[in-house]
Structures are given as structure tokens and as C-alpha cells.
Ligand binder design. Structure first.
Ligand code: SAH
Length: 363
């Protein structure tokens, strides 16, 4: 259980929060700037290392905020393959983060275009029928510092900066909107983790009102929609959220997004054999997407233990792709295994700890 007396994390505050904290104590704003520099630029692990702060201030900070990192309980994969981090949260819950290296090699080195796939919740309430994350239901929202903490820990563990970030791990980021937007502020800020806003993507199952809310915010992140069905009939069957926000309602929100952000949206479409991969669905999808100047990523369904569906044949996958392309849609079909971000992230499952160690929670 969450401990209400727990020391708050220093990684849940924005520069404005730090300024407010400093000003309340009669300190200059400059102290706030110094603190964020120690936190995010120099990445010190103790308040005592903040040598340009007066001892009294360091002592006060030490008793008010924790600098603790998210402890890694398990790390699978290697530096040049997809890596999965399993972190333990303060209440014993576990959360996963996936690090995907760029498969671009140059002059004996590797490009630094690392993509990190972060989680936004423990479990998920939306119950998409293809997804492993929702199998055990929803547990709780992640705190701001738990989202920022995934990136911080992954960078410290690998020694490399994260350049691209996707909210495609466990959870529905738009159902935790206030914390996710605050985390994005810290991740994007030059005083913070310094990841370009255009290199961050929020992926959603289609929470229309929250898409509109995010559209009105000044943050310039990218948006990906997990669509997976081109008619309400098909999408209802795959994603229960569609009953609440049917396709027309979702697309009305996307118009608000496009109007505000003037940027391309990406649609994710998992191909599931005999469920959403018919030529009719492909044509309907093309008709929906064409007026939007959007991009479609087709992802062959990855089998999830405990779920019945399977991946279509390669011929059927290709046929779906070609129908879109013939209709003039920019579409890709990602088959490559280890480097498939969506598939790697989409397989994150709520984990529980037992006496024997970490096991996957059964559905
Ligand atoms: N709730 C958010 C974030 C979760 S990421 C959302 O719905 O967008 C969801 C993405 O993970 C899907 O769009 C898909 O790209 C991927 N995914 C999930 N389950 C998958 C599966 N069984 N096979 C392949 N990709 C999957």
C-alpha cells in the first residue's frame, strides 16, 4: 500500500514548482535553477553533493525530498537488442519499460536514437481484447516521478540518452492525463530530461475528450491512435472503449487535434486473423484516413497467452497493406521481431511478486 508518510520524490517537481518552493522560503529563484541542474544535468544521488547550496538548505532538502531512483528488479535483453526493465515502485508494485536501440550502425558505433517505451499506469482498465496489459485489470495510476523515473533509470543503467519516447507501455496515458502531461513537461524541458517534444508520442485507445484537452495544451507531442477496427461493429468487438467513444466521436476529436497541432497523426492497426483484416476493413480504413493526411502502422498481432486470436498469413497482411497503398495512404507493415516497438511494448503484462520471485499475473 502507498505510504502517506513517504518522503516525496524530487523528480515529481517542475522548475516552476521548485521556484515556488524556494520563494516560499524567502530564497531566490536562482536556487531552484541550481537544484534542477544538480538533479537533471549532473544527476547527483545525494543532496550533499550539491556543493553550491548552503548547508542549511541542503539539510532542509534532504528531509523534504527523496533522490531515490526506481530500483531495477530485473533486466532482460542486451544493449543492442530490445531490453526490458522491471522496476519496483514504493508500494511494491512492478512496472515495465522497454528500451529499443536504433538498428542503425555507423562506423563501428551505433546511433544514439534510442527509443524508450514507458508505462503510464499499473495495469489498465480498458480491456482491449488483444492486449496483455489489461488482462489482470487496473491497479493504479503512475505518479509523475514514476514516469520520469523510468527514463532516468534507463539512461543511468545504459549510459545513453533517450532520444525518442513513446507512451506505449502498460496503461492508458490519457486516463492519467494530468500526471502524464506534468511528466512530459519535465521530460521535455531543457532544464530537465531534454527530450524533444516532437520525439515523444502519446498513444491512446481513443479517449476523445482527453484528446481534445491535450490538443488545447501547449505541449507539442505527437499522437498515435490505437484504432484496430475501421467500423464500429468491428472495433466494438476488439476495444470496449469504442462503445463509449465510437469512431465518429473519436475522429471529431482528431479534427480538433489537427486544427490545433497542425501535425500528422499515426494510426496503429493490429492485424488479427479473421477479425479485422478483411478487404472491406482495409477499404473502410482507407476512406477514413485519406482526408486526414495521416500515417497507418500495420502490426501483425502477437499471440498473447490466454487470448484466442492469431496473426493472419503474410499474404493476407500484404493484401491489407496493398489495399491501403493503392488508395494513396502512407502505410507500413512491421514484421521485424525484436525491433518492433509496438509489439515489444504491447506485450507488457501486469506482474506480481510471489515467494518464488516475479511471475506474470494470470488473466
Ligand atoms: N493504451 C494505449 C497505450 C498502450 S500501447 C493505447 O491503447 O494506445 C497499445 C499498442 O500496443 C497497440 O496500439 C499495439 O501497437 C501494441 N500492442 C498491444 N497488444 C499487442 C499485440 N497483442 N500484438 C501486437 N501489438 C500489440
Amino acid at each position: 500500500m502507498a505510504d502517506p508518510a513517504r518522503t516525496p520524490s524530487a523528480f515529481g517537481l517542475t522548475l516552476d514548482d521548485w521556484i515556488e518552493w524556494a520563494v516560499e522560503r524567502g530564497l531566490t529563484k536562482f536556487r531552484a535553477k541550481q537544484i534542477t541542474e544538480w538533479l537533471y544535468i549532473r544527476r547527483v544521488k545525494s543532496w550533499d553533493e550539491m556543493t553550491n547550496l548552503p548547508q542549511g538548505l541542503r539539510d532542509e532538502l534532504k528531509s523534504a525530498f527523496s533522490l531515490a531512483r526506481l530500483p531495477v528488479v530485473r533486466l532482460t535483453g542486451s544493449q543492442d537488442t530490445t531490453q526490458k526493465f522491471l522496476f519496483r515502485l514504493h508500494d511494491g508494485r512492478l512496472v515495465e519499460t522497454v528500451r529499443i536501440p536504433a538498428n542503425v550502425h555507423f562506423d563501428g558505433g551505433q546511433s544514439d536514437r534510442i527509443t524508450l517505451c514507458v508505462s503510464s499506469q499499473v495495469g489498465c482498465a480498458y480491456d482491449c481484447k488483444f492486449c496483455a496489459s489489461g488482462l489482470a485489470g487496473f491497479t493504479r495510476n503512475l505518479e509523475v516521478e514514476e514516469i520520469v523515473g523510468q527514463v532516468l533509470a534507463a539512461e543511468e543503467e545504459s549510459g545513453e540518452s533517450v532520444r525518442n519516447l513513446v507512451f506505449m507501455g502498460m496503461g492508458e496515458p490519457l486516463a492519467n492525463l494530468s500526471r502524464v502531461t506534468k511528466a512530459i513537461t519535465i521530460l521535455n524541458a531543457p532544464w530537465g530530461m531534454n527530450i524533444g517534444a516532437r520525439h515523444m508520442t502519446v498513444s491512446t485507445s481513443g479517449l476523445a475528450p482527453q484528446i481534445e484537452k491535450l490538443a488545447e495544451s501547449p505541449i507539442q507531442i505527437r499522437l498515435a491512435i490505437s484504432l484496430h477496427g475501421a467500423s464500429d461493429e468491428v472495433r466494438d468487438r476488439i476495444m470496449p472503449v469504442n462503445k463509449k467513444y465510437p469512431i465518429d466521436r473519436l475522429f471529431a476529436a482528431l479534427e480538433v487535434w489537427r486544427e490545433q497541432k497542425k501535425q500528422k497523426i499515426t494510426f496503429e492497426y493490429i492485424l488479427i486473423d479473421g477479425v479485422n483484416d478483411s478487404p472491406e476493413q482495409a477499404s473502410l480504413l482507407a476512406r477514413r484516413v485519406r482526408p486526414m493526411d495521416a500515417k497507418v502502422n500495420l502490426i501483425p498481432y502477437n499471440t498473447v497467452e490466454g487470448l484466442e486470436w492469431k496473426r493472419p498469413s503474410e499474404a493476407r497482411q500484404d493484401a491489407f497493406l496493398h489495399t491501403l497503398q493503392r488508395a494513396g495512404i502512407t502505410a507500413t507493415l512491421r514484421r521485424e521481431k525484436g525491433h518492433d516497438i509496438a509489439a515489444a511494448c504491447g506485450q507488457l503484462r501486469l506482474q506480481v511478486e510471489t515467494a518464488e520471485g516475479v511471475i506474470q499475473a494470470a488473466g
